[in-house]
Design a protein around this ligand. Structure first.
Ligand code: PA5
Length: 454
C-alpha cells in the first residue's frame, strides 16, 4: 500500500507544523494516556493474533461452511461494515447470480462457499420480510454480532432469524449453526448464547465496534465466505510495524495521512470524500465513513465523511465535486493490478468510434479516467490524496484496514476529540424507545408526547 500526498494542495510547512502534534498523539496512544484510553485494544491487535486463534475461528467457519448454504450476519455499524467491506471487495461481483446458477444447474446444490448475507442493520419491514422469504427452505445459519448485546436493529433481526432457523432446521442443528459474537458477560446476546449453548466469541472490552474488524466480528464472516484470514491479519501486522511510534514522520503513512487531513481541515476543507474506481470497494467506503465519521464528529468539530464510486458518481456528484463549494478534498483508493484481463475488441463498423481503444485493457481506460479526473479536480481546487493497493487481495486489504484505523486514532487526537466514544449515537435511541413505550422510559414518553402535541 502506498500513500501519495503530492497533490494535496497544502504546503509542506503546514503539514510539518502538525508533526509534533501527530507524534504526541502517537505516543499518547502507545502509552495509553489519551482520552478514550480504555478503548485501545485495536492498537496492537494484529500482532497479538496467534495462529491458534485463527485456527479456532477457521474451525467454526468450517462447521458453518459444511452445514449451511447461506449464513446471515446480524449486526449494525462496526458489527457488520468491516466484514461486508472485505467480503464484497474479494467476492465475485455477481456472487448472487453465480450461486443461483449453481442452484439451477445442480439439483444437489453444490457451491464452493456459502452466501453471506447481512441483516440487523436496518428496520425495513420489506427487507426483513423478503429476507425471511428468501431463506425459506434454505440451509441457513446465523451469526449474531453485537458488542453491547442490546442493539435494537440487531436484536429484532436475530429474534426473527433464530425462530426461523429453529423451525426450519430443528433446535439441535440450529444450536450448531448459530454463533454469537458479543461481550464476555453482559447483554442479551451473551445470555441467549449461554442459555442455548451456542458457540460464541468475545469482543474484547477495549476494542470499539468500528475498530473490531480484525476480531471475530470480521474474521468469522470473512472466513465463512472463503477468504484467507491469515493473509488479512498478516497485512495488518505489517502495517502495524510500518506505522509504529519509532517510524519517522515522513515515512509513516498513517502519520502523514492524519497530518494532511488535519492541515486541510484547518484550511476550511470540511468534507472528505473517499473515492474508488472499482465497484467492489463500495463497502470499503462505507466502512471508512463510519470509522472516521463516528470517531471525529464530536464537540461540533470534525470532517464530514462521504464516499463515492467512480466513475459512476462522476455522472451524479461529479458536478458538485468539480464546481461546488470549495470545502472538499478527496482520498482515492486505487488498485494497481485488477485480477482479470479484458481487452476491448475492434469493430469493423466502428459506429461508436471506439476503435482507438481496440486491444487496450479496460483497466487502462479506467486508469486514464482516474488520472484525468484527478487533474481536473486538482485544477478545480480539490486536493487529491491517493492510496494505491497493489492488488485487491486479503493481504493488501489487511494493510489498508490497519492503516485507516491507526491514522484515525492519531487524526482524532490531533483534532482534539476522543476518537473512541460515540455519545451522539444514543440520542435517537432514547427518543425511539420513548415513542415505542419501552419499559423504563415512562418519563421520556410523557415528555416526548407533550413535545409532539405542541
Ligand atoms: O462503532 C461503534 O461502536 C458502533 O458503530 C457499533 O458498532 C454499533 O452501534 C453496534 O453496536 P453493538 O455491537 O453494541 O450492537
Amino acid at each position: 500500500m502506498k500513500l501519495d500526498i503530492t497533490q494535496a494542495l497544502i504546503s509542506a510547512e503546514k503539514v510539518n507544523a502538525l508533526k509534533s502534534k501527530v507524534e504526541e498523539a502517537q505516543v499518547a496512544l502507545e502509552q495509553g494516556t489519551c482520552p478514550g484510553n480504555d478503548f485501545l485494544g485495536w492498537l496492537h491487535l494484529p500482532s497479538s493474533i496467534t495462529p491458534e486463534f485463527i485456527a479456532e475461528i477457521q474451525q467454526t467457519a468450517d462447521v458453518l461452511r459444511k452445514e449451511c448454504d447461506t449464513v446471515v450476519v446480524a449486526g449494525i455499524g462496526g458489527s457488520y461494515l468491516g466484514a461486508r467491506a472485505i467480503i464484497e471487495a474479494l467476492a465475485n461481483s455477481f456472487q448472487w447470480l453465480v450461486s443461483a446458477q449453481a442452484e439451477i444447474q445442480n439439483s444437489k446444490f453444490k457451491k464452493e462457499n456459502p452466501d453471506v448475507l447481512f441483516a440487523g442493520n436496518n428496520i425495513g419491514e420489506d427487507y426483513l420480510y423478503e429476507l425471511t422469504e428468501y431463506l425459506r427452505g434454505r440451509k441457513f445459519g446465523v451469526i449474531n454480532i453485537s458488542k453491547s448485546g442490546t442493539t435494537t436493529e440487531t436484536a429484532l433481526a436475530f429474534r426473527l432469524l433464530k425462530k426461523q432457523c429453529e423451525e426450519q432446521r430443528g433446535k439441535d442443528v440450529a444450536r450448531k449453526v448459530i454463533v454469537a459474537i458479543t461481550d464476555a458477560k453482559r447483554g442479551a446476546a451473551r445470555t441467549c448464547a449461554d442459555k442455548e449453548g451456542y458457540k460464541s466469541f468475545i469482543i474484547p472490552d477495549n476494542v470499539g465496534g468500528r475498530f473490531s474488524v480484525l476480531t471475530p466480528v470480521g474474521l468469522l464472516p470473512i472466513a465463512i465466505a472463503g477468504f484467507d484470514i491469515a493473509a488479512l491479519v498478516k497485512g495488518a501486522q505489517d502495517m502495524e510495524r510500518q506505522t509504529a511510534v519509532g517510524v519517522p514522520f515522513e515515512e509513516n503513512p498513517a502519520a502523514q495521512y492524519a497530518a494532511v487531513r488535519n492541515a486541510l481541515y484547518q484550511e476550511g476543507k470540511k468534507i472528505e470524500i473517499v473515492a474508488n474506481y472499482q465497484p467492489k470497494l463500495h463497502y470499503i467506503g462505507e466502512w471508512w465513513k463510519q470509522l472516521y465519521g463516528e470517531s471525529e464528529g464530536k464537540d461540533h468539530k470534525g470532517i464530514f465523511t462521504a464516499a463515492v464510486d467512480l466513475t459512476t458518481d462522476l455522472h451524479s456528484m461529479g458536478q458538485w465535486i468539480q464546481d461546488g463549494e470549495r470545502s472538499i478534498f478527496e482520498t482515492v483508493i486505487s488498485v494497481a493490478r485488477p485480477e482479470h484481463t479484458l481487452l476491448f475488441p475492434s469493430d469493423e463498423e466502428n459506429l461508436d468510434g471506439l476503435n482507438f481503444l481496440a486491444g487496450k485493457r479496460v483497466d487502462e481506460v479506467n486508469k486514464m479516467a482516474e488520472l484525468g479526473t484527478k487533474l481536473a479536480h486538482v485544477d478545480g481546487g480539490v486536493p487529491n490524496l491517493r492510496i494505491e493497493l497493489e492488488r485487491l487481495d486479503e493481504y493488501n486489504l489487511g494493510q489498508l484496514i490497519y492503516f485507516f484505523e491507526k491514522a484515525c486514532g492519531i487524526s482524532g487526537l490531533v483534532l482534539g476529540v476522543n476518537p473512541f466514544n460515540q455519545p451522539g449515537v444514543e440520542a435517537y435511541k432514547k427518543n425511539m424507545f420513548a415513542l415505542l413505550g419501552k419499559p423504563g422510559y415512562e418519563a421520556e414518553t410523557v415528555a416526548i408526547k407533550q413535545r409532539l402535541n405542541h
